[in-house]
Design a binder for this molecule. Structure first.
Ligand code: GDP
Ligand code: MG
Length: 333
């Protein structure tokens, strides 16, 4: 069992091993670890320093990890500490790509000022949100002030992640045949920044044209938090064209949201969201534990496996059983 005081001391000193251990504890679902985990979280809430959080999203292969490597190195050069987290609820499918990411961010992972963590999160009631919040917080507590979250641009995790960060950067490539119409409208509209990557070699012109096209229609997207329309840029992680401009624009964005108060406003909303998901998660595991739900759920599952009953019937029975347990608890008091 990890020593909490040591862990916190380590965090305060920016020690990456302690940080890693803390995240492992946060991700640990074992009942025996919960008290320690929430003591840790309570401690870090007291000294966590808020940084700039950015979500990098886009389809697999768009170059997200490669771009993050570059962004991270640039930020480190500017004196920042950079943490990279990969959020992916469908962990079993993407294990390969996550491992690939780690090797793709070789430059960044080598730096003392960086922390790269592939964090396959199981999708559970409130689980993704709570874990991600807590992981961000613990990184910030260790002095990391640029938090990059890499997500695959699909589904629920997207909406969720955009609520946790200050800026959503969508990475696109041109020439995939699905330009404009193929890009999911919601994702496009929720992006603060769009970077058309791989603008190099034969692809350079078409990438630039695609960025121009997007820039033209981005005026139609809803107003962003900072009162500006989405920033659309193009560039290449190979030639490094456009990267400096991307960094500059991101820094300007950060200054703008600090100035106009939307940064603080968002932090407040995020705290409430965090509180809610922490509550649901703890409530859920408390119910599982206290009412022995897991045990009876396992029995119901094996019933269903026999084929002698329906799922609906088993769920109905489970709920009835819970109801009677709750009634018992009430009269017991
Ligand atoms: N030509 C070119 N290839 C790139 C660029 N950025 C990334 N790639 C390549 O695209 C592939 C996918 O990159 P990766 O960063 O893993 O994409 P991810 O799945 O979005 O994280 C890799 O083979 C990269 O080397 C770029 O700017 N230009
Ligand atoms: Mg990747």
């Amino acid at each position: 069992m990890p020593d909490l005081e040591k862990l916190i001391e380590g965090l305060k000193n920016g020690d990456r091993l302690s940080l890693s251990k803390c995240i492992t504890l946060i991700e640990n679902e074992a009942e025996s670890q919960q008290t320690l985990k929430y003591r840790l979280i309570e401690e870090i809430e007291k000294f966590s320093v808020p940084g700039f959080r950015i979500a990098v999203t886009g389809v697999p292969g768009a170059g997200k990890s490669t771009l993050i490597d570059q962004l991270g190195l640039n930020w480190i050069e500017m004196g920042h500490k950079v943490a990279v987290l990969a959020i992916d609820p469908s962990s079993s499918i993407s294990l390969g790509s996550i491992m690939g990411d780690k090797t793709r961010m070789t430059e960044l992972s080598k730096s003392e000022m960086a922390f790269v963590r592939p964090s396959p999160t199981r999708l559970q009631l409130g689980g993704v949100a709570a874990h991600t919040f807590e992981t961000i917080k613990v990184c910030e507590a260790a002095g990391f002030d640029r938090i990059i979250i890499e997500t695959v641009g699909v589904g629920q995790s997207e909406t969720l992640v955009s609520q946790l960060v200050d800026n959503v950067l969508l990475v696109l490539v041109s020439g995939t045949g699905d330009e404009l119409q193929g890009v999911k409208k919601g994702i496009l509209e929720s992006a603060d920044f769009v970077f058309v990557n791989k603008a190099d070699g034969l692809n350079e012109k078409s990438a630039q044209m695609y960025a121009q096209e997007l820039n033209g229609i981005s005026a139609l997207w809803p107003e962003r938090g900072n009162g500006e329309k989405a920033t659309v840029l193009s560039g290449s992680c190979i030639t490094k064209d456009g990267l400096k401009e991307l960094i500059d624009k991101l820094e300007q964005f950060f200054v703008a949201i600090l100035k106009n108060g939307s940064y603080l406003e968002k932090r407040k909303t995020q705290s409430i969201l965090w509180m809610e998901s922490m509550f649901y998660q703890r409530f859920y595991s408390m119910i599982l534990q206290k009412l022995e739900v897991k045990k009876i759920l396992d029995i119901a599952k094996s019933e269903v496996m026999t084929g002698n009953t329906t799922i609906s019937a088993q769920v109905g029975e489970l709920l009835q059983l819970l109801q009677s347990k709750l009634n018992q608890a009430e009269t017991g008091n």
